[in-house]
Ligand binder design. Structure first.
Ligand SMILES: Nc1ncnc2c1ncn2[C@@H]1O[C@H](COP(=O)(O)OP(=O)(O)OP(=O)(O)O)[C@@H](O)[C@H]1O
Ligand SMILES: [Mg+2]
Length: 248
């Protein structure tokens, strides 16, 4: 297991966003995380990536307890993420976003605001890596376009590219194809599947069909708990899962 979440609890005031959550992610797999709105999916991603601290429980990455580390420390170890609401620098170009990304993961956001241009200059080394990833994602032709001029789907691709810049061991994707047309959504997952040779993915996604096609393993959340898990074919007919989605 490259990632292990052990009995994690996280509350916001009276709301138990995560309750006794445990899961394991095997290396070089794509693991899906589904569940209704407010079931705790993003909170779990935030806890794993260090954006939120657990109340109790532990998170292990490659056997190391990362529960009390800061986001940039966790990113340095090789856990990178994307955000449910795409976070890109709209006033910078695609290439600049790519170059800034690994810095952001390493140093945190504040450093970046103060030294933005300087850091871009320092990142000549990363340029080759950026081009390689942009080419792989088929958005290389957009490299000098401002990020705000990209379509929603292209912005999602860019965020995936930004997450890949640090060459992470595991990538946490929070709704990587939300609002993206089915053709591009499929293409994004095809790219993720190709990357599976090199790394591991934990993907939050509402589109169950696409998860069925691409995931090796799926966890289902409801009201802060994992209520089912298994291979896609095991999840498909699972009554708890059907209840959770149809029963509200
Ligand atoms: N920072 C926060 N402060 C207070 N409550 C929060 C915070 N973040 C999440 N919550 C609450 O925790 C619960 C789980 O939210 P979370 O965002 O993890 O759900 P989700 O499964 O990602 O939902 P969605 O599918 O809508 O993105 C919800 O009740 C939410 O309102
Ligand atoms: Mg969410």
């Amino acid at each position: 297991m490259i990632l292990q979440v052990q009995d994690v609890e996280k509350s916001f005031g009276g709301i138990k966003a995560l309750e006794g959550v445990s899961l394991g992610v095997e290396e070089n797999t794509i693991v899906g995380l589904i569940g209704p709105n407010g079931s705790g999916k993003t909170t779990l991603i935030n806890v794993i990536s260090g954006f939120l601290k657990v109340d109790t429980g532990r998170v292990y990455f490659e056997g190391k307890d990362i529960s009390s580390l800061l986001p940039f420390e966790i990113a340095r170890l090789g856990i990178c993420r994307t955000f449910q609401l795409t976070r890109i620098f709209r006033g910078l170009t695609v290439l600049e976003n790519m170059l800034i990304s690994s810095n952001m993961q390493k140093e945190g956001l504040w450093q970046l605001f103060f030294n933005r241009k300087k850091m871009i200059l320092q990142e000549k080394v990363d340029e080759r890596a950026a081009y390689e990833i942009l080419e792989f994602l088929e958005i290389n032709h957009l490299k000098h376009e401002y990020a705000h001029s990209l379509s929603g789907g292209q912005q999602k691709l860019l965020s995936l590219g930004m997450a890949l810049m640090a060459d992470p061991g595991i990538v946490l994707l929070d709704e990587p194809v939300a609002g993206v047309n089915p053709t591009l959504a499929n293409k994004i997952f095809e790219k993720v599947k190709l990357e599976k040779k090199k790394r591991t993915f934990l993907v939050v996604e509402h589109n169950i069909d696409i998860l069925m096609d691409f995931c090796d393993m799926i966890y289902v959340m409801n009201k802060g708990k994992i209520v089912a898990s298994g291979k896609p074919e095991e999840i498909q007919g699972n009554e708890t899962v059907i209840d959770v989605y149809l029963g509200g």
